[in-house]
Design a protein around this ligand. Structure first.
Ligand code: FES
Length: 117
């Protein structure tokens, strides 16, 4: 999986004071792909392209911390590569146990994939 440098001038503040991060270009994230993006505070995002729709979740699996960006994306479901917990990337709902991961709003502007954190 790809990782993108967070030391960029592409960070912008939105009016509601959330931060928006450019995680890459649409060319970096073709349908069926998932990329890893490191935030300045050490947290990470997993950003997915599901048939042209983009989604973002936290990247660390709540079970044992594996990187969801290294899991298997099948439709809207990301399956953790370590023990197989499955999450719906649209809602963050875990389909394996009663658990949930954070999700983030994604938008595409001028060929750039941006995530509001
Ligand atoms: S670390 Fe993800 S299922 Fe165990």
């Amino acid at each position: 999986m790809q990782s993108f440098d967070t030391n960029t001038n592409d960070v912008a503040q939105s009016p509601d004071r959330n931060q928006t991060f450019v995680v890459g270009g649409t060319d970096d994230l073709p349908p069926g792909a998932c990329i890893r993006f490191a935030l300045p505070d050490g947290d990470e995002l997993a950003v997915y392209n599901v048939n042209g729709e983009y989604y973002a979740t936290e990247n660390f699996c709540p079970h044992r911390g594996a990187l969801l960006s290294e899991g298997a994306l099948c439709g809207h479901i990301i399956e953790c590569g370590l023990h197989g917990w499955r999450f719906d990337v649209r809602t963050g709902e875990c389909l394996t146990v009663r658990e949930r991961i954070r999700t983030y709003r994604v938008k595409v502007e001028e060929g750039l994939v941006k995530v509001e954190v």
